[in-house]
Design a binder for this molecule. Structure first.
Ligand code: DX5
Ligand code: ZN
Length: 224
């Protein structure tokens, strides 16, 4: 699955930018990734609930909201209520991640847990039993266009193993620095869903970029 991140899109034309990856066919994104930043959890500020509510009205591609915010226990359920398909919170920021996952699901969304590059997976394995997606950050959260950190693939391999052996039931997602040069190694490590910001919205044709990345990932997974 490919989830273009609108962090790299033109914010003045967000509706059109989403539409560019929403047409039926191979250029259609599986999810649209929406990076919410509060300038506290990360040193950057982006968008919040009103923008998600507006996107929800114009797009039928499932929204994947990645909340890089403090106190997600309080704010995240609102994104689920707005109709987001998957709402991801950070393990480093959540106070009661089990309760939070329950609240997200009760509000009708999938629950996602994200770990920064330096956060060990082992500390969160029990909690992950309550989640539908694991978002492994492959850059420090905060900005698009950074370089992929290959060390995090060890966490992807661990998660893949736990899913394949039935110890966890979740989708493994990766976010940061995914492009034509890095997606193969991530796919081989066992990623299910690839977030790509600059690789999609920095391309001349975002839809074509989605199709090309998906082809490359599928080739790597089947060769493995
Ligand atoms: C970074 C965001 C990412 C970002 C990825 O904090 O979570 O979703 O948009 O951008 P690229 O693909 O350019 O690294
Ligand atoms: Zn993100």
């Amino acid at each position: 699955m490919i989830a273009p991140s609108i962090l790299s899109a033109d914010f003045a034309r967000l509706g059109e930018e989403v539409a560019a990856v929403a047409r039926d066919g191979e250029t259609r994104a599986d999810w649209v990734h929406v990076d919410v930043m509060d300038n506290h959890f990360v040193p950057n500020l982006t968008l919040g609930l009103p923008v998600v509510e507006s996107l929800q009205k114009v797009s039928d591609v499932p929204l994947d909201c990645h909340l890089m915010i403090d106190n997600p226990d309080k704010w995240a359920p609102g994104y689920a209520e707005a109709g987001a398909y998957n709402v991801t919170v950070h393990a480093e920021a959540a106070h009661d991640p089990v309760m939070l996952a329950k609240n997200l699901r009760a509000a009708g969304a999938k629950a996602g847990l994200s770990v920064k590059p330096g956060t060990p997976l082992e500390d969160h394995l029990e909690v992950l039993k309550h989640y539908d997606t694991l978002l492994v950050m492959s850059v420090e959260p905060g900005f698009g266009g950074q370089s992929f950190i290959p060390d995090v693939l060890e966490k992807v391999r661990t998660a893949r193993r736990l899913v394949d052996t039935g110890h966890l039931t979740l989708l493994v997602e990766i976010d940061g620095g995914i492009n034509a040069s890095t997606i193969t190694q991530a796919a081989e490590a066992g990623v299910d869903c690839f977030v790509a910001g600059s690789a999609v919205y920095g391309a001349d044709d975002p839809g074509r970029a989605v199709a090309a990345l998906r082809d490359q990932a599928a080739g790597a997974r089947s060769a493995h």
